[in-house]
Design a protein around this ligand. Structure first.
Ligand code: 5MM
Length: 339
């Protein structure tokens, strides 16, 4: 492990007002989103869509890194230029999703455990040789009457820590993503309590497994009301409880926190990030940014519909969401930006 390389990469990823782009939808998830938008679910359409994303003009002004799915790392634009090369030329650091998905956890009904540790050391060597400088692993935590259990939180934390250790051995910065799902009718206070428990355990196990905290990034959920809750928390409440939760759990040695959007409406995700910056300007030990997938891609995918003639406008819609989130990172989000 070269600590300097890890620290430098993590700092580059968190620099300025930029964010990270999550474009690591697995084939199944990408196809599901294509089906909802009426786009054919084939490898060629996934390639065309990823070409639209990585060739968006001024992409490198908005994002410092992009998380890819394995299929995308092997694909190229219509002119033959590999996507990884296009990203690097645009000033974007390429990264890779390493987990193999959240599966039903045996003996823990309703809970998930993320798989993908087998053969990871070898896969990492190959990805590092292909120029991928950082990685991501997502654990899924479900809130319901009887969940999450400590059994599932510890199992997922252990997998996250084992993944992170292997990444750091290969000088690849691990993004650690423990996602507490929004699904359910729970209150924001319950989300706070669960997220706090999860982050405490995740950092306990990361430290136990000797993870170099200065060379990693945390990708958590925001603390929000359940998606079906009758009372939805205000923007101020989300900003306050999210940051208070992070301040209780995330060591100051961690260089950055990059949120997932988790199914929040795109405008809410931007407003929440901005409110955190307004409220806590100059008071946070780590950088705070976005690592959204749906909240930046959805309008572009829906407009594109798989049609070449829609690419330019779809790219403008994508760029607009990215630049709005850049403004949010500066604490400058306003509804006028959505006009
Ligand atoms: C892109 O979605 C990622 C998960 O993909 P699979 O379920 O297909 O493996 C996910 O990890 C994503 O990167 C984060 O959740 C952020 O995405 P959202 O849409 O929550 O911002």
């Amino acid at each position: 492990m070269n600590k300097q390389i890890l620290k430098d990469t993590a700092q580059q990823l968190m620099a300025g007002h930029k964010g990270l782009l999550a474009m690591d939808e697995s084939i199944a998830t990408c196809n599901k989103r294509f089906a909802e938008a009426g786009i054919p679910q084939t490898e060629e359409y996934r390639r065309k869509y990823r070409e639209l994303i990585v060739t968006t003009p001024k992409l490198g002004e908005c994002i410092s890194g992009a998380i890819l799915f394995d299929e995308t790392t092997k694909q190229a634009a219509a002119d033959g230029t590999p996507f990884i090369e296009l990203l690097v030329k645009a000033g974007v650091i390429p990264g890779i999703k390493l987990d193999e998905g959240a599966k039903d956890m045996p003996a823990f009904p309703g809970e998930k455990i993320t798989e993908g540790l087998d053969g990871l050391r070898e896969r990492l060597k190959n990805y590092a040789a292909a120029g991928l400088k950082f990685a991501k692993w997502r654990a899924v935590i479900v809130i319901s009457d009887g969940t999450p259990t400590d059994g599932s939180i510890y199992a997922n934390a252990h997998a996250l820590a084992r993944y992170a250790a292997l990444c750091q051995e290969a000088n690849v910065v691990p993004i650690v993503e423990p996602e507490v799902l929004m699904d359910g009718s729970h209150t924001i206070e319950r989300c706070f309590e669960v997220t706090q428990r999860v982050l405490h355990i995740v950092f306990e196990v990361l430290i136990q497994q000797r993870i170099y905290l200065e060379g990693m990034i945390l990708k958590p959920n925001m603390v929000v009301s359940g998606i079906s809750a009758s009372v939805q928390a205000s923007v101020d409440q989300v900003a306050h409880l999210t940051v208070e939760c992070l301040l209780r759990c995330v060591p100051a040695a961690v260089p950055g926190v990059a949120f997932l959007s988790g199914g929040q409406p795109a405008t809410d995700a931007s407003a929440h990030l901005s409110a955190m910056h307004v409220k806590y300007k100059g008071k946070l030990p780590w950088a705070l940014t976005f690592s959204f997938a749906r909240a930046v891609q959805q309008p572009a995918m829906e407009y594109w519909q798989g049609k070449d003639e829609n690419v330019t406008v779809a790219q403008q819609l994508f760029y607009k969401r990215l630049s709005i989130n850049n403004a949010a990172r500066r604490g400058e989000y306003t509804l006028a930006l959505e006009a």
